[in-house]
Ligand binder design. Structure first.
Ligand code: BGC
Length: 449
């Protein structure tokens, strides 16, 4: 009996701003992360880092793809930089932008690696932010136009799309806490409005992709948020973890899966949504609810979850318990119960669109990067994922975050999430022990776990 389904996809993931660099080359327009990092008064990003050069994947993609191939990677989830394609966000198309992604997609296909495109991983063209960004209802049309250009261009070559990565971070961190670009701190009703616009964007893009690239092309969205798992494996505890995952509270409603998925799939807000969301919801015309499209699949980014007791109350993480380099709790059980709970509520197939951790990686005296912590982490999470699948969660693939060390947003280059080490002084790539381990997992279809 195999742990993972026969047609399961094993891959890796990254995002344009985090790895491409070439921030002002070949006609690319500026985006909100360029501006956020470059603003000398903001001190927004650690060490004043930026994605100007990042891993230089814009120039070194052949080497990166060769490394993927050498390690049996079956799919590469990457995002497209909107401002490379449409420097002003709308209007004029930059052919050189499309040509870059043509080269990437074609080289992936030649090497037997499936290109999975994320349309939006946080780098809004600055020209659109000047017009209000996600707060402006016109964003639905801007995004639909951008999605249409991509869908038509890559018709026949790309079979799986993800529209928007982590609306929760876009809204909560970018427009709420101001700790991500565009660095705004808006009130709750505006934040609810932004969520709604993001859902309309997803829906419009999904319709465009199906129309232009074909009905068989799969379109997902990648929400994130707190996934709860039970302290003990009893039916009562499991039930409590399910309830706790979807309940909203004034202090954490911004970071729930259902603030996005309930709108798209159930076309309503959760009964426990806070007053600000309900006030906003009362203003939504029926025609906008009617435009919501349930995704073909849900992309889930899994890093850490929250343990809850039989009443659904949080259980304190043990003091001195295992932590990643950026001090995130290590909770593999979330990979078991998270997909099951999402499936129970929404009934849709899923892809683990990100999973990984930052480690204090370094080059040892022998010239190698020995990252036993990463191997142990991924091993535990994958075993739990196999539990979820054996209990009926239809998970179609697993994408490790990230293939290369890269620009980790507000933490700059301090955090290393890669299977491949990047020496930022020389941009040299050094495969870590974990990538050889992952290659074996892929080669054996997970049977070696
Ligand atoms: C994001 C990635 C990020 C990763 C690790 C996810 O929230 O999609 O862009 O690098 O987590 O923080």
């Amino acid at each position: 009996m195999h742990r993972f389904p026969e047609n399961f996809t094993w891959g890796v993931a990254c995002a344009a701003y985090q790895c491409e660099g070439a921030w002002n080359e070949d006609g690319k327009g500026p985006n909100i992360w360029d501006e956020y990092c470059h603003d000398p008064d903001l001190h927004a990003v650690k060490n004043g880092d930026s994605g100007d050069i990042a891993c230089d994947s814009y120039h070194r993609y052949p080497e990166d793809i060769a490394l993927m191939k050498a390690h049996h990677v079956q799919a590469y989830r990457f995002s497209i930089s909107w401002a490379r394609i449409l420097p002003e966000g709308t209007g004029r198309v930059n052919p050189k932008g499309l040509e870059y992604y043509d080269r990437v997609v074609d080289m992936l296909l030649e090497n037997g690696i499936e290109p999975m495109i994320t349309l939006y991983h946080w780098d809004l063209p600055s020209a659109l932010q000047k017009r209000g960004g996600f707060l402006n209802p016109e964003i639905e049309g801007w995004f639909e136009n951008y999605a249409s250009i991509i869908a038509e261009h890559f018709r026949g070559r790309v079979k799986r799309y993800m529209t928007i990565n982590e609306p929760q971070c876009i809204t909560g961190l970018g427009y709420g806490a101001g700790t991500h670009a565009p660095g705004l701190r808006l009130g709750e009703e505006d934040l609810a409005r932004i969520y709604h616009h993001i859902c309309l964007c997803h829906s419009a893009a999904q319709r465009a992709i199906h129309r232009l690239a074909g009905p068989d092309v799969q379109v997902g969205i990648v929400p994130c948020g707190a996934l709860c798992y039970p302290e003990k494996d009893t039916p009562e505890n499991r039930e409590a973890a399910y309830r706790a995952t979807f309940e909203m509270h004034e202090h954490d409603w911004l970071f729930r899966f259902n603030i996005v998925l309930d709108s798209l799939i159930l076309r309503r807000y959760e009964a426990t949504a806070p007053a600000a969301v309900k006030r906003f919801a009362a203003t939504i015309p029926q025609s906008e609810w009617d435009r919501m499209e349930a995704p073909d699949f849900i992309g889930i980014n899994v890093y850490r979850g929250s343990m809850v007791d039989a009443e659904g109350k949080p259980v304190k993480y043990p003091q001195g318990g295992p932590l990643t380099a950026c001090k995130w709790q290590i909770t593999p059980e979330v990979m078991h119960y998270g997909p099951l709970n999402l499936y129970r509520r929404y009934g849709l197939p899923m892809i683990i669109s990100e999973n990984g951790l930052s480690c204090n990686d370094r080059v040892y005296l022998d010239g190698q990067v020995h990252d036993a912590d990463r191997i142990d982490f991924l091993h535990r999470y994958l075993l739990c994922l196999s539990e979820a699948i054996s209990e009926g969660a239809p998970v179609q693939g697993y994408l490790q975050w990230s293939f290369l060390d890269n620009f980790e947003w507000a933490s700059g280059y301090d955090e290393r999430f890669g299977l491949i080490y990047v020496d930022y002084a020389t941009l040299r790539r050094i495969p870590k022990d974990s990538v050889r381990w992952y290659a074996e997992v892929i080669r054996t279809k997970g049977d070696c776990l």
